[in-house]
Design a protein around this ligand. Structure first.
Ligand code: IPM
Ligand code: MG
Length: 357
């Protein structure tokens, strides 16, 4: 099969890790007889430098014309002084919205070979964990009404959290369908003891749960969830939550795997086109040094094959190659922990994975 993939390399380590993922995807295409055509577009700080805007129209059009999108990372100190509406991060929100990507899947699993890298005690992670965070991605407070106004104490700034039944139902369905293919447990996370929007969220999820009698459903307040994630992560299978809570909890979940450099994500809409990106940032401190861990982006490429192109055998091959390389003891700098020895560079790690493939 032939697919057109838009590449949004972005800033910092973005170009290095996307190049690595492209090499792995090309190897996979060779092996399985596919053809991937890659077209790069600007996003984030590099787009501001080149065009004045973090999300040029050409980038949106290019992504809309592609079968899928692979993204590195955006942002860096160079663009910190940009006004809110022109920050590199705004481009990320903008492209998600322009492509209608209301679902964000963020798997957080403990790789057995990396168990020692988890900051949690061995007795907590001995049995491992495998969590799928389903984050709502185009609604809530990140997209709500905002601005400045006169308040009780003078000028104040505000942001608004709002969710419609439609938005809650569509993300809820994704969570239940995902759970049906896994351990059939959904935990919906909200703050229904305080927020009106969370009460509607909970009520809507309860109604939806009735349509999935095989799924064991529970809800949890977000403050408790933050605690439970470090107390007993294996209690979770699928977590479904709002845009902001999902943003925060997915960073926490990544950290307990010991390696944010390993975590991939998929952003999906109603069709098959998706956007795939590592959940880590642009790491400007190590950019251009060939030290970044490319595996989260490589695994994001595998998610693209699985979710957008339906190529699960090919996706398995990439995931197995990553596992084998880790089992063989190969590590990039971020995964070294207390290990002695010389870590692999970004290109060396990429080549190890290609060799196994
Ligand atoms: C993420 C990031 C983004 C988000 C930022 C950079 C806009 O934190 O993908 O989790 O909040 O969604
Ligand atoms: Mg985040």
């Amino acid at each position: 099969m032939e697919y057109n993939i838009a590449l949004l390399k972005g800033d910092g380590i973005g170009p290095e890790i996307v190049d690595s993922a492209v090499r792995v995807l090309e190897k996979t295409a060779d092996k399985f007889g596919h053809k991937f055509n890659f077209t790069p577009y600007l996003i984030g700080g590099c787009a501001i430098d080149a065009t004045g805007k973090p999300l040029p129209q050409e980038t949106i059009d290019g992504c809309l014309a592609s079968d899928s999108v692979l993204l590195g990372a955006v942002g860096g100190p160079k663009w910190d002084d940009q006004p809110g509406g022109n920050r590199p991060e705004k481009a990320l929100l903008g492209i998600r919205s322009a492509l209608g990507l209301f679902t964000n899947l963020r798997p957080a699993q403990l790789y057995p070979a990396l168990r020692k890298a988890s900051p949690l005690k061995d007795e907590i992670v001995a049995e491992g964990f495998d969590i799928m965070i389903v984050r709502e991605l185009t609604g809530g407070i990140y997209f709500g009404d905002r601005g400045y106004r006169q308040g009780k104490y003078g000028e104040e700034a505000y942001d608004t959290e709002a969710y419609s039944v439609t938005e809650i139902e569509r993300i809820g369905k994704v969570a239940f369908e995902t759970a049906m293919k896994r351990s059939k447990r959904v935990c919906s996370i909200d703050k229904a003891n305080v927020l009106e929007s969370s009460r509607l969220w909970r009520k809507t999820m309860h109604k939806l749960a009735e349509q999935y009698p095989e799924v064991e459903y529970s809800d949890m307040f977000v403050d408790n969830a933050a605690m439970q994630l470090v107390r007993d992560p294996k209690q979770f299978d699928v977590i479904v939550t709002s845009n902001m809570f999902g943003d925060i909890l997915s960073d926490e979940a990544s950290q307990i795997t010991g390696s944010i450099g390993m975590l991939a994500s998929a952003s999906l809409g109603a069709g098959t086109r998706g956007m795939y990106e590592p959940i880590h940032g642009s790491a400007p401190d190590i950019a251009g040094q060939n030290r970044a861990n490319p595996m989260a982006t490589i695994l994001s490429g595998a998610m693209m094959l699985r979710y957008s192109f339906g190529l699960s055998e090919e996706a398995d091959a990439i995931e197995n190659a990553v596992n084998k390389v880790l089992d063989a003891g190969h590590r990039t700098a971020d995964l070294m922990g207390t290990d002695k020895g010389t870590p692999l560079t970004c290109t060396e790690m990429t080549e190890k994975i290609i060799e196994v493939l």
